[in-house]
Design a protein around this ligand. Structure first.
Ligand code: PMP
Ligand code: GLN
Length: 395
């Protein structure tokens, strides 16, 4: 537990500074290879950068409409149809946000009453707990356990009670790399329908699926009308700093989320909105190229970490690989990650910080592979030079 922060309200006590900011600062301080925070070390397509510049030159520099610029809303609608055969009305069923982060926060602020509960899976993405807390809600977790990161359906069912309002699902899943299967999504859908819950899905890694397929929960029977689908352009186009995200949902849900969104940022980044509109329409070769490139990086890093001696849970999706440090003599991921810059000049993220039940993830460490191949190779070489003190397996 972090120390009490003066002035900070009780809802936000304990959230501290995000692990990503902490570990990126540590990487800079120690001149380490940063495989912690998930951001690519190369830019996305030059044509998309040109589109942003052209939009600025064309005068798209003042407040855009609150729902987002029309060109982007239309491009999002085309994208949902093209990849998932899901039809959304660009006028009433799509809302552009300041990244997926704002979409998640605005959704929680719009939909939760004080005291409501949100069921989500642990490890969770770091902003979930804070967004739920800011809205006065409570998070209730169901644990995903390695090696497959499956969940126990009984645990999921038991997490739901009279106060539950939302199931918040992230697929492809950060930090485990799990891609939820149709069978698993059907279980979630069945519970949403049975208990009249709203599903909120975080699909920011939708185009980074190496094994299996990405299935939007909204595409399952009975789910379109009760699902708020969230995504963003950061991962798909390698522009994480542009913070262009969006929500697709039935009109009444979009109207609700828009109400809170307008008082968070109101609007943001019109030139970037125009540019991401052109990006979403890129041809299939772009999407296939991104995937092939990331698959290569996944294997480069996973194979390398295996050679070093980590237990590697090769991800089905995302650009993160989760590992267990036990075979290298590690027991605690936080300790391990704090020592890692000194031992190897490499930075990684202790997965345990994404758990309510910390023991479930104590010995897990996450590495990002959205980096140039030579950077990944350098990191692996540095890790391979360390004299680890492996412990014999006890079980
Ligand atoms: N959800 C997940 C699972 C993420 O990994 C991230 C990190 N980029 C976000 C949401 C936030 O996305 P954005 O940068 O578009 O706000
Ligand atoms: N999503 C990124 C990650 O998981 C980090 C984004 C952030 O720093 N907020 O590494």
């Amino acid at each position: 537990m972090t120390d009490r922060v003066p002035h900070l309200n009780t809802r936000l006590q304990g959230f501290g500074t995000t692990i990503f900011a902490q570990m990126s600062a540590l990487a800079a301080e120690t001149e380490s290879v940063n495989l912690g925070q998930g951001f690519p070390d190369t830019d996305g397509p030059a044509s998309v950068i040109e589109a942003a510049i052209a939009a600025m030159r064309a005068g798209h520099n003042q407040y855009p409409p609150v729902p987002g610029v029309a060109a982007l809303r239309q491009a999002i609608a085309r994208h949902q149809k093209r990849f998932y055969d899901l039809a959304y009305c660009a006028e009433t069923e799509i809302l552009v946000t300041t990244g997926a982060t704002e979409a998640i926060a605005a959704t929680m602020l719009a939909l939760l009453e004080v005291g409501d509960e949100v069921v989500t899976f642990e490890p969770w993405y770091d902003s979930y707990g804070a967004s739920i807390a800011m809205a006065g809600g409570f998070k209730r977790v169901v644990t995903l356990r390695p090696p497959q990161y499956n969940f126990d359906p009984v645990e999921l069912e038991r997490a739901i009670n009279a106060k539950t309002r939302i199931i918040l699902l992230n697929t492809p899943h950060n930090p485990t790399g799990k891609v939820f299967s149709r069978r698993e999504l059907e279980m979630v859908a069945e519970l949403c329908v049975r208990h009249d819950l709203i599903a909120v899905t975080d699909e920011v890694y939708e185009h980074l699926v190496f094994d299996g397929e990405h299935i939007p929960l909204a595409s399952l029977p009975g789910m379109r009308d009760r699902t708020v689908t969230i995504s963003s352009g950061g991962k798909t186009f390698s522009f994480t700093g542009w913070k262009i995200g969006w929500v697709c949902a039935p009109a009444p849900l979009v109207a609700a989320v828009r109400t809170s969104k307008q008082f968070l940022t109101f609007v943001s980044g019109p030139p970037f909105q125009h540019a991401i509109a052109t990006a979403l329409d890129l041809d299939d070769d772009y999407y296939a190229g991104l995937l092939a490139d990331m698959r290569h990086k996944r294997d480069l890093l996973s194979d390398g970490l295996e050679r070093v001696g980590f237990e590697v849970f090769r991800p089905q999706g995302t650009y993160f690989v989760n590992t267990d440090i036990t075979p290298l003599g590690g027991t605690d991921g936080v300790e391990f990650c704090l020592e890692l810059p000194g031992r190897a000049q490499v930075v990684a993220i202790p997965t345990q910080v994404f758990y309510d039940n910390v023991d479930e993830g104590r010995s897990l460490v996450r590495f990002a592979f959205c980096k140039r191949n030579e950077v990944i190779t350098e990191a692996v070489e540095r890790l391979a030079r360390v004299e680890w003190e492996p412990r014999p397996r006890t079980a």
